[in-house]
Design a protein around this ligand. Structure first.
Ligand code: CDP
Length: 217
């Protein structure tokens, strides 16, 4: 049976943790589209390519083979996930993700994957653009303070030295750029179910999503 699930929402809303768990339950491949934008940012920064240098950015993306294994992005045969979540990538990714040509290339790759596999995909434009026809769409939110708290805990657990106020500012800044960019901004699809997870546990959110899918299969 064909099942496609789209999960959108702002930074730190819990999309990836929840998508992985729902994906496992329904045997779906989890595609974290944010990690693809992060990988482009990582490579571009390594090569000193600014987000305004569109020609070189496009050439760079054409050299990047990306696929997913065990919920993680494999870039040109290497697992680079540790690097993708570093604060310097988080601070720059929204600029690269606002470039139309970058989005066009990554959306194409995301759609190719979704043609081959049953997927649960998370990001900012999945329900509105990438998988407009997905049968199941969710829009996950939480207050900026709660999202910053979650991101702070995650980074501290990875022994990365961070400051809560700085993360909160960063999350608000990224939300602003993602929601106000010209191309495919972060917005709830009309047919998406909105879940505010501020005072819900991960288990409660997963249960809500799984129950909805099961009842509507
Ligand atoms: O995990 P977190 O919520 O911090 O962000 P992410 O999902 O890793 O996405 C990182 C950034 O990539 C976002 O802030 C967006 O700027 C961009 N992005 C996007 O534009 N479209 C997507 N489908 C996914 C991510």
């Amino acid at each position: 049976m064909r099942i496609t699930v789209a999960i959108d929402g702002p930074a730190g809303a819990g999309k990836s943790t929840i998508a992985k768990m729902v994906g496992e339950k329904f045997n779906l491949m989890y595609i974290n589209t944010g990690s693809m934008y992060r990988a482009v940012t990582l490579k571009a920064m390594e090569k000193d390519i600014s987000y305004t240098d569109v020609n070189n950015l496009c050439d760079l993306i054409d050299t990047m083979e990306m696929h997913f294994e065990n919920d993680e992005l494999i870039l040109n045969g290497k697992n680079v996930n540790e690097k993708l979540t570093m604060p310097n990538i988080s601070s720059n990714v929204s600029n690269y993700a606002s470039i139309a040509e970058v989005r066009e290339k990554l959306v194409y790759l995301q759609r190719q994957i979704s043609k081959k596999y049953n997927v649960i995909m998370d990001g900012r434009d999945i329900g509105t653009v990438v998988l407009k026809d997905a049968a199941f769409k969710f829009f996950l939110t939480a207050s900026p303070e709660e999202r910053a708290r979650r991101r702070y805990k995650e980074l501290i657990a990875k022994k990365i030295d961070v400051n809560y106020e700085h993360i909160l500012d960063e999350i608000k800044r990224r939300d602003y750029i993602d929601s106000n960019r010209e191309i495919d901004p972060l917005t709830k699809a009309k047919d998406a179910i909105e879940i505010d997870s501020t005072s819900m546990t991960i288990k409660e959110v997963v249960e809500k999503i799984c129950t909805h899918i099961t009842l509507n299969l």
